[in-house]
Design a protein around this ligand. Structure first.
Ligand code: MLT
Ligand code: ZN
Length: 463
């Protein structure tokens, strides 16, 4: 312990090292709420300090857990008592917004919402928009390839990362990619680092792709009498040739939770709702919103309308963004899965997953990104009840199985972290896992960067 602390003290200024128990506990966990601990937290402010910590780790053999704001849902940012947390949240400068190259160059600790606001002020747009954008960092978004609300039209974080300056496990620094929208020289190491959950390298700066900001956007809200009504209406919008930037589904249980925040009394008939956001030029958006209302009506909406004011629109989106936190108040504990399936299989997958939950006596809520068929199924349970705990595990296993049986994925956007390591074996075959382990070894032969995350433990591999 003291050897590691001594090494850190020699490597970086004392004010960047936090050792008090409260800070250590707070920065040793993430949204998974898996409790963690750590030897110390280092909060660097310069690239040189990050490099110095990595060199100390190489020399003294301690391992490092990089983190942004700790909004990871999977335990990717949970550390152990013998590890050093590398908190990058203070490296939060926007270094450059280049309107002609259409790129932003940023440090990893910039809040995604702050970046979005800064580029929008200049008439530009950074489309990826995780529900957590106000509180999550861009480095964390890149480390987990965050998806979010606008993936259907604009893609996910990986589609906007053009270049990465990264510090490797031995303390060397590499500049990968650059400012080119097109570049096909060599293996795509940029894309490999995106979603690598801090296991391959530590980000020092990111070159992000921007696009011109759409001139206008409009939110449309539609309610349905059946659980699958909202999902089928999403299909109908796409079939009609519309491509909303967000297409969010909320089932009745979730609506009941958010209704009070909206000052709304939920009518008995409403079983699901679709929140649609369109963007483009003023005229295109007006026209598309009209079309959308028509299509939603034909698809059986019992109510379909535009958000009346900008305030109402903001409230609706804030309520949607808060669902993950609000749902926590419904039960002593929840587990949040983020399954994805091919679009055509979404409604049946949700029905099967809810049935599996019911069979185990576990309440299952569903909401999320209907446009890209990445749904958040939340399992509510009481950890004090052994029966509920066992039922929960079976219900989650069944849900993952239902997704995979339909050609889906066990994680559309939250990642593997600690929580999905075993389950990923059912999605990624042994040969592909070997390749992934080879990649890990190539970047981090001594397993000092976020060890034990993102890959299944080796012992039980069965190969
Ligand atoms: C969301 O879309 O609200 C989040 O990805 C959900 C979550 O954190 O469970
Ligand atoms: Zn989400």
């Amino acid at each position: 312990v003291s050897q590691t602390l001594d090494a850190l003290t020699r490597a970086v200024p004392p004010e960047t090292i936090l050792t008090d128990p409260a800070a250590r506990a707070a920065l040793a966990t993430d949204e998974s709420k898996i409790p963690g601990d750590c030897l110390a937290v280092v909060r660097p402010v310069t690239e040189a300090q990050v490099v110095a910590v990595l060199r100390a780790s190489a020399e003294h053999g301690f391992s490092i857990v990089p983190r942004g704001a700790g909004t990871a849902a999977t335990g990717a940012a949970v550390s152990r008592a013998d590890q050093v947390v590398l908190d990058l949240s203070a490296m939060n400068r926007i270094l450059e917004i280049d309107r002609r190259d259409l790129v932003a160059v940023v440090e990893p600790g910039v809040l995604t919402g702050a970046l979005q606001a800064a580029v929008e002020e200049q008439g530009l747009f950074y489309p990826p928009d995780p529900a957590s954008s106000a509180i999550s960092t861009i480095g964390g978004n890149v480390a987990t390839c965050a998806g979010g609300l606008r993936a259907l039209k604009y893609g996910v974080t990986r589609d906007y990362v053009l270049g990465i300056r990264a510090a490797l496990a031995d303390g060397s620094v590499v500049d990968l990619g650059g400012r080119n929208l097109k570049s096909v020289v060599g293996y795509d190491l940029v894309r490999l680092l995106v979603g690598s959950e801090g296991t391959l390298a530590v980000f020092l700066r990111l070159v992000l792709r921007l696009i011109p900001r759409p001139a206008a956007f409009e939110t449309v809200l539609a309610s349905f009498e059946t659980v699958e009504g909202g999902l089928l209406a999403a299909d109908a919008l796409l079939a009609a040739g519309l491509l909303p930037r967000a297409l969010e589904y909320l089932d009745r249980d979730v609506l009941a939770v958010v209704a009070p925040a909206l000052g709304e009394k939920l009518g008995d008939r409403v079983q699901s709702r679709l929140l649609v956001e369109l963007d483009g030029s003023e005229t295109a958006v007006r026209e598309d919103a009209g079309r959308a209302l028509e299509v939603l009506g034909k698809a059986g909406a019992i109510e379909a309308r535009r958000a009346r004011t900008a305030v109402e629109r903001d409230e609706l989106w804030l309520a949607r963004r808060s669902v993950s936190k609000t749902v926590r108040t419904l039960a002593p504990a929840k587990k949040s899965e983020d399954l994805g399936v091919p679009r055509s299989r979404l409604a049946e997958a949700i029905a099967a997953i809810k049935a599996a939950g019911r069979a185990e006596g576990i309440r299952v809520l569903a909401y999320g990104h209907a446009g890209d068929a990445n749904l958040h199924v939340n399992f509510l349970y009481d950890p004090a009840s052994p029966q509920q705990r066992a039922g929960l595990e079976r219900a989650i296993a069944a849900a993952r199985k239902e997704a995979l049986a339909r050609g889906g994925t066990i994680s559309g956007e939250h990642g593997v972290g600690l929580l999905k390591r075993e389950a990923m074996r059912d999605e990624v075959g042994p040969r592909a896992l070997d390749l992934m382990r080879g990649v890990k070894r190539a970047f981090d032969p001594d397993d000092r960067l976020n060890p034990g995350k993102a890959l299944p433990p080796h012992e039980t591999d069965g190969d």
